[in-house]
Design a protein around this ligand. Structure first.
Ligand code: 8YV
Length: 313
């Protein structure tokens, strides 16, 4: 019997390839972007390619969209729902890794670790100077978490271990987190003004796109650090570039950018008060293994016309 045909955007994780071997016929993403064909049974998204109604109409045989990752802002969920195509993702299992990355960036930015690393390796480091590369403290400071979802709560938990005061902003109040982390709900503007570290852990939606622009950056303390482990477009790149260049804020730690990757030579990349990672939030051996397993389970269930074990909610 012919194997179901799945269009996947790669490169695929080796484990995904292994798990799919002999189960599906994999075709390159260019097939989904080209003409109309009724012979495709499923879509597997690995990076963040757009999946919209126009694409689904060109591929009327598709009966499942499986995403490797939790964020599905690149998939038009309403378009899929209108065509009764289930969409699966990998929630829950990457919260810890992403919260670890938020703290990695927070601490590295606060303590100027990357600058220090370059200096420690370079020719100028010949003797110790007590006045150089002074950072800001993280412990006992105020962290403002924007987006108190699964990842935000894990960030709050880590913050408590650093004796930080936790304030948060969210679509709705989260009384359980308020109790658990002694967290206070703040309107956005108040959170920005009060926080030493502003951490973004919101999904990208129409509401959060451009949430942090020049006005918001101006409200932050000049000693504050912005950390983004959400999606690049939550922050206005041009405004952040100016804010770092003109030192409106102390530093930024970014796992995501808009666009992603930034064009080589972009002025943001020249800022020494920027700590940046190439979207590594979920990039640990353990988490990526679970992401592979869940996304493959979702794909195979959908292809078999079974309910997805991890549907997007
Ligand atoms: C990436 C992520 O999707 O889960 C998410 O939302 O941002 C990441 O896990 C993953 O790196 C694949 O692009």
């Amino acid at each position: 019997m012919a194997l179901p045909k799945v269009v996947a955007d790669g490169p695929l994780a080796p484990l995904v390839e292994q798990l799919l071997a002999g189960q599906v016929e994999l075709l390159p993403w260019s097939v989904a972007e080209a003409g109309t064909t009724a012979t495709i049974d499923g879509l597997y998204t690995y990076g963040h390619p757009l999946v919209d109604g126009a694409m689904l109409d060109r591929l009327p045989g598709v009966r499942v969209v499986s995403n490797y990752g939790v964020g599905v802002d690149h998939i038009r969920l309403a378009d899929a729902a209108a065509r009764r195509i289930p969409v699966g993702n990998t929630p829950g299992i990457l919260d810890g890794a992403t919260a670890d990355m938020a703290f990695t960036l927070l601490l590295a930015a606060a303590r100027r670790l990357i600058e220090g690393d370059r200096y420690a390796r370079g020719p100028a480091f010949l003797r110790y100077d007590p006045g150089y590369m002074l950072g800001v403290e993280a412990h006992s400071q105020t962290i403002g978490i924007i987006g108190m979802g699964r990842i935000g709560r894990q960030i709050a938990q880590r913050a408590r271990g650093f004796d930080m005061r936790v304030v948060y902003h969210n679509r709705r109040r989260d009384e359980a987190s308020e109790q658990r982390f002694d967290a206070q709900y703040f309107p956005l503007d108040d959170l920005l003004a009060a926080s030493d570290f502003v951490v973004l852990s919101v999904p990208l939606t129409d509401h959060t796109r451009g949430l942090i622009g020049a006005r918001e950056l101006r409200r932050m303390k000049p000693t504050a650090t912005l950390v983004n482990v959400a999606r690049g477009p939550v922050v206005d790149t041009a405004a952040l570039t100016t804010a770092l260049q003109e030192r409106w804020i102390f530093a930024a730690g970014l796992d995501v950018t808009d666009p992603e990757p930034l064009p080589r030579g972009h002025p943001l990349l020249a800022c020494d008060n920027l700590t940046i990672a190439p979207h590594l939030g979920s990039a640990t051996e353990q988490t990526r293994r679970k992401m592979a397993e869940m996304s493959v389970t979702n794909l195979l269930a959908g292809l078999a016309n079974q309910p997805l074990p991890f549907p997007v909610r």
